[in-house]
Design a protein around this ligand. Structure first.
Ligand code: GLC
Ligand code: CA
Length: 579
């Protein structure tokens, strides 16, 4: 297997709107990020993935790009971005931007020109535009990801300009028209833009919603799956073939010449096809493992999504490791991102119950550290999402009117339409809303958590006095300190080979709520085996050992209770042992 610099990456995702505000307008910005680079360097990460900061109406918080060549004034200037690239490089940190190319914004010049000039616009075929069917129905019954039909009239709602007899396709919000990748001119525009950024000194891209660039033709209806009569758009995507041609072209024209690192947001692919995506000659360097994210998701409605148990998580990650290793591929592993709830709530909910189980919650420092240890030692690249390293939790969401996230809005109305009460619907919004991840970073215990001196665009999580970076920086038992230990271990030359390239083998996979595996490397001096073991429950359990412990590398408790050929693990105890 060919080795690459990014195999030893430890990545950190920044959501610019919520990271750090330098000019006190309540919105995070690039100068704020620059001011926190020392913090990140001290943590030990060596790659940053920056969510979109391009000019945008921010209808989907920047994932609706109105100009691929700039920076939104709320986030700063292009000069600030260049400085960020420079300051990152100075610290040995590589910067990835977010490539949002499956759709743009309805305020992008291309789309505005189409609204104005209709069919005579040179950009008409940059989009999927069809005539309103003669009987006034919709061309297809696909449901957009954020709820409602994917078809909207080709009209600017504010000015009335456009053509109401035509419809355009948007897989996401109405303000996010899909780009027509069948058109070579569109692909050329995207390739040109990628090269332009890579030439500015970034190291690569995280690739947004990439599965959506290929549709199944001819367009047709799929079986309706909810009271709205529509069908989840993934039903169409499942039948779409040929995305590989587009992605190979992109790789050859843009990524390869720059030796760029690319990590795809790839949902819904058959795991047997992983090698096409991220094998030795795959479209991308890596892609995220979303198996735990989509677990129990069924039809895409939050109110039907099952909760993830320890056993289910184990089968997700063990399954992902198995298919990746068959394909010789490097996954990107994560617990959180800007689209998901905070990991303590998502993974440690068992025991969140009220009444007699109230004190059994796993949402403790030990539980948070356990989660970190489990995913950090998997084969692949660990990504940390801002605030995860200090154990940030889901926020308080009282009423749907207070929710900012557009997908939560759509999910709420679908739940109500399916017959849930307001309280029932809000329960699912609270557990899965994207706002949970988007509340501002909690830097310290001062007003607005040190994120800004102005009122933040999204309220700070009320727990900021207890959970914040400043309180943890000088505490050797903090969650932050634990992440630092894990990062240092991955970089330690004695263990890096095992943790980066070592074989992955499940350990006692049938022992309930024990989540354990070994990483084994063959090195010149001999074989090295690390055992990563977590007791994923709120009760002790005994783990048999087949070989003696040579060294305890990481422990989220003070001590370790060993018996003969066994360890008695505390609730949510996590150990990394050298065997
Ligand atoms: C991706 C992004 C998400 C966005 C969507 C549409 O899933 O991560 O935030 O809403 O694409 O661009
Ligand atoms: Ca600002």
């Amino acid at each position: 297997m060919q080795t690459h610099w990014w195999h030893s990456a430890i990545a950190y995702q920044i959501y610019p709107k919520s990271f750090m505000d330098s000019n006190n307008d309540g919105i995070g910005d690039i100068r704020g990020i620059i001011s926190k680079l020392d913090y990140l360097q001290d943590l030990g990460i060596n790659v940053i993935w920056l969510s979109p900061a391009y000019p945008s109406p921010l209808a989907d918080e920047g994932y609706d790009v109105s100009d691929y060549y700039g920076v939104d004034p709320r986030f700063g200037t292009l000069a600030d971005m260049d400085e960020l690239i420079h300051e990152c490089n100075k610290r040995g940190i590589k910067l990835l931007l977010d490539l949002v190319a499956s759709h743009c914004s309805d305020e992008h010049a291309w789309f505005k020109d189409v609204i104005k000039n209709g069919k005579t616009s040179p950009y008409y075929d940059y989009f999927y535009i069809v005539d309103v069917p003669a009987d006034g129905t919709l061309p297809t019954n696909w449901r957009s990801y954020f709820g409602g039909s994917v078809w909207s009239p080709l009209v600017d709602e504010n000015t009335g300009e456009g053509d109401k007899n035509k419809l355009y396709l948007h897989s996401f919000l109405k303000k996010q028209p899909d780009l027509n990748w069948e058109n070579p001119a569109v692909r050329a525009e995207i390739a040109k833009n990628i090269n332009w950024w890579l030439n500015r000194g970034i190291a690569g891209f995280r690739i947004d919603a990439i599965i959506n660039i290929k549709k199944a033709f001819p367009f047709k209806d799929y079986p309706a799956d909810a009271p709205d009569g529509l069908s989840n758009i993934s039903n169409m995507l499942e039948e779409a073939h040929g995305i590989g041609e587009f992605l190979t072209e992109l790789r050859q024209k843009s990524f390869d010449p720059h030796n760029a690192f690319t990590v795809g947001e790839v949902f819904d692919i058959d795991t047997n096809h992983i090698s096409e995506w991220i094998g030795e000659n795959g479209y991308f360097s890596s892609m995220f493992d979303f198996s735990a994210t989509i677990y129990g998701a069924k039809d895409g409605f939050w109110h039907n999504k099952e909760k993830l148990t320890a056993e289910a998580y184990k089968s997700c990650i063990f399954g992902a490791m198995e298919s990746a290793s068959k394909a010789g591929a490097f996954l990107s592993n994560k617990l959180e991102n800007h689209d998901e709830p905070r990991c303590p709530n998502y993974y440690l909910w068992e025991g969140e119950n009220e009444g007699e189980n109230a004190d059994k919650s796993g949402i403790t420092d030990e539980g948070k550290k356990m989660l970190a240890g489990i995913y950090f030692c998997l084969r692949g690249i660990p990504f940390i999402y801002q605030g995860q390293e200090i154990g940030m939790e889901n926020t308080e969401i009282i009423a749907i009117g207070d929710v900012h996230d557009c997908s939560s809005q759509g999910q709420y109305y679908s739940a109500i339409e399916a017959g849930l009460t307001n309280e029932e619907a809000m329960y699912h919004i609270r557990r899965l809303s994207r706002d949970n991840a988007r509340t501002p970073m909690q830097w310290d215990s001062s007003a607005y958590a040190g994120f800004s001196k102005g009122i933040p665009w999204l309220p700070i999580n009320p727990n900021y006095k207890k959970i914040n970076a400043a309180a943890q920086l000088n505490d050797k038992n903090s969650i932050h300190a634990f992440y630092k230990q894990l990062i240092a271990l991955r970089k330690n030359p004695n263990y890096a080979q095992a943790l980066i390239y070592g074989d992955f083998t499940p350990y006692l996979p049938n022992q309930k709520n024990l989540l354990a595996y070994t990483r084994t490397s063959k090195e010149r001096i001999g074989k090295k085996t690390l055992l990563i073991a977590a007791n994923f429950q709120n009760e002790p359990q005994t783990m048999p050992l087949t070989s003696p412990i040579k060294k305890i590398l990481i422990n989220n408790y003070e001590d370790i209770k060993t018996a003969e050929n066994a360890i008695s693990l505390n609730p949510y105890q996590l150990l990394i042992l050298k065997l």
